[in-house]
Every structure is written in structure tokens, then in C-alpha cells.
Design a protein around this ligand. Structure first.
Ligand SMILES: [Zn+2]
Ligand SMILES: [Zn+2]
Length: 131
């Protein structure tokens, strides 16, 4: 039957077209991964969002912290320095040092934990500077 033969040919054409499209998609992805690296594919380092940054507690250094130096600039904290404490791991940094880090990263500079918004019971307001 000529009509049946024609429809087989149509199916074959569609399957070949589909296979070619799939191969092209795979090829483009492979080129992207090879040229920009695997990390581009699984998620580039991103700046910490302003929303999350705003929730991280800020306070003035009081001289009673357990941590005496900033792990980023290695300077000793002085009374009145504005420091930021990451709620998850408890690391303390100069606000200026850690905010510069957060311009290009969304993880803790020390333990590489992802920084998550700090939302514990209204303490965000209480942590404002100059209390
Ligand atoms: Zn510092
Ligand atoms: Zn940490």
C-alpha cells in the first residue's frame, strides 16, 4: 500500500529530526559546560541578596566577644567597630569586610555554609546599631 509506505517514511523523518534536535541541545550544553566550567552549570557563586543581608545582625564591638580578630582582615576589633555575626555559625566579622565579601559570595567566608536569612523572633530590630 503506497499510503502506508509514505506514513512510515514520515515517521522516520520525524524521528531523525527529533534525534538531530536532541543531539544539538546536548552539544550546546556540552560546549557551555566545557567553555565556562562545570560550576557555571551547577550554579555560579552569587552575591548575597540584599534581603538576606539586611536580616543579619549588626552590633558594635563591646570588648566582650569571644572572637578578638576579624578573620577577613586579621585586625583586632576595637571598641565601637561595627561587626556582623552570622546567625548560623556564629562567626563575627567587620561589617565592611564581610559586606565586601557578600558582594561576590553568598556563603560564610570561613566555613562556606550558605548564609540564610535571620528571622528569629524580632531580634533583627533589636540588633540595630547604636542601641
Ligand atoms: Zn575586618
Ligand atoms: Zn561560618
Amino acid at each position: 500500500m503506497p499510503t502506508k509506505g509514505k506514513s512510515y517514511a514520515d515517521y522516520a523523518g520525524l524521528i531523525i529530526m527529533g534525534a538531530v534536535v536532541c543531539l544539538m541541545v546536548i552539544a550546546v550544553l556540552a560546549v557551555a559546560v566545557f567553555s565556562w566550567g562545570w560550576s557555571w552549570f551547577v550554579g555560579r557563586p552569587r552575591p548575597l541578596s540584599r534581603h538576606i543581608r539586611r536580616t543579619l545582625p549588626l552590633r558594635q564591638f563591646s570588648g566582650q566577644e569571644e572572637q578578638a580578630t576579624c578573620p577577613i582582615c586579621l585586625e583586632h576589633y576595637r571598641d565601637g567597630d561595627v561587626v556582623r555575626r552570622l546567625p548560623d555559625c556564629g562567626q563575627v566579622f567587620h561589617q565592611s569586610c564581610v559586606d565586601r565579601w557578600f558582594d561576590t559570595h553568598s556563603t560564610c567566608p570561613i566555613c562556606r555554609e550558605r548564609v540564610v536569612p535571620y528571622v528569629a523572633g524580632g531580634e533583627v530590630e533589636m540588633a540595630a546599631i547604636g542601641n
